[in-house]
Write a protein that binds this ligand. Structure first.
Ligand SMILES: CC(C)(COP(=O)(O)OP(=O)(O)OC[C@H]1O[C@@H](n2cnc3c(N)ncnc32)[C@H](O)[C@@H]1OP(=O)(O)O)[C@@H](O)C(=O)NCCC(=O)NCCS
Length: 339
């Protein structure tokens, strides 16, 4: 008998069992994974965001969690959208538990009036697949989501490089940035830069390639930025490098790193150069500036991760020069209600 249980994030034991089931599934399928840490899950689930409603569901047999699902509903934008994920513990697959969990989150999103479902599927790089022992199982996520009516609407590569970064390689990429100065800050953007930083974050959301994902880019405003910074600070260190034109102080671009407080990973998230300032190699110099902070302040970190659409030629080349290699392929899987 399989029961479906909604997890109370303040129930430490239940949340930990949920987390461990998700990890067991990830560790089984993904030779080079990156996933959220226990601290990031517990911290974010226990202090709900005003921008996203999140529900965690577990499939339980006796005392054992055999599968887990997560549902995220944006509250201030994208009122049509529901993001879902389903994981089944390897020993319990092909018994209908994945479908049972999916049907439950699907029922909940319908009740919330959401018509588009999105899910992230991470597969090993096909060029490495022969080396992956679990190759038969690796296809499970794609077979499952296809069986449920999802299609892949966008692909990105999850890239990774070992840390500490090769100093000689990094130094060879350094260039002067005449006309621009590079500033850095940590977890809180300085007051005088907040409006410009919000404009750049909004531009980033609009410019990042999304394929056919039915998502309206989020507008960053100062209230949302403050909320994000306050929620992130206990869970992640943040490092931001930004370029500013020296003549008039106009902000030209930024690069953003998140460092989970309870792991040895570093996540290179956004890197954006504003349209009027492209073509001066600023993206590379911004990334190098974040690397300098990493080296000086977080020498314990072992792996740097980023995500890039391979058709985004400029960013893809920058990342290859940097020393990143492909770890996984990320598919955005989507299903939309008819009509
Ligand atoms: C994908 C996953 C959730 C499936 O869980 P599951 O409990 O084994 O799935 P079910 O038994 O409910 O299978 C439902 C349908 O999916 C398809 N399917 C699932 N696994 C499959 C596999 N290995 N090969 C082919 N088809 C598969 C089948 O159509 C199946 O229906 P059927 O058994 O009637 O043929 C599980 O393999 C998993 O946790 N994978 C890692 C995480 C992931 O990729 N999640 C999906 C994206 S969020």
């Amino acid at each position: 008998m399989t029961d479906l249980v909604t997890i109370d994030p303040h129930d430490e034991q239940a949340l930990l069992a949920w987390f461990e089931a998700e990890q067991a599934s990830i560790d089984h399928d993904r030779p080079r994974p990156i996933s959220r840490t226990w601290g990031a899950l517990a911290g974010s689930a226990r202090t709900p965001s005003p921008y996203i409603r999140r529900e965690l569901v577990a499939a339980v047999e006796g005392d054992e969690v055999v599968g887990v699902a997560e549902l995220e509903l944006p509250l201030r934008d994208n009122p049509h959208l529901a993001e879902v994920s389903v994981h089944v513990v390897p020993a319990h697959r092909r018994r209908g538990i994945g479908r049972l969990l999916f049907d439950e989150v699907d029922r909940r999103r319908r009740a919330a009036g959401r018509t588009t479902l999105l899910g992230e599927l991470l597969l090993p790089d096909p060029r490495e697949r022969p080396a992956v022992e679990v190759a038969g199982e690796v296809a499970a996520g794609m077979a499952f989501s296809t069986a449920l009516g999802f299609t892949s609407v966008h692909e990105e590569e999850h890239l990774a490089m070992p840390l500490p970064a090769d100093r000689v390689r990094a130094d060879a990429l350094r260039r002067a940035t005449p006309g621009y100065e590079i500033l850095t800050w940590r977890s809180r953007c300085p007051d005088e830069l907040r409006a410009a930083y919000c404009r750049m974050r909004t531009q980033m959301a609009q410019d990042v390639p999304l394929g056919d994902v039915a998502l309206v880019p989020t507008v960053m405003d100062e209230e949302r930025l403050r909320t994000e910074e306050e929620r992130m600070a206990p869970l992640y260190h943040q490092v931001v490098a930004a370029a500013r034109r020296t003549t008039d102080g106009e902000m030209a671009g930024y690069s953003l790193l998140f460092l989970p407080r309870d792991s040895l990973d570093a996540l290179q998230d956004d890197t954006l150069v504003m349209p009027a300032h492209r073509g001066h190699g600023l993206g590379m110099q911004l990334k190098l500036a974040t690397l300098d902070v990493l080296r000086a302040e977080h020498p314990d970190r072992r792996l740097l991760h980023t995500w890039t659409d391979p058709t985004n030629t400029a960013m893809y080349r920058t990342n290859a020069a940097f020393g990143y290699t492909t770890a996984e392929i990320l598919h955005e899987m989507q299903r939309q209600d008819a009509g």
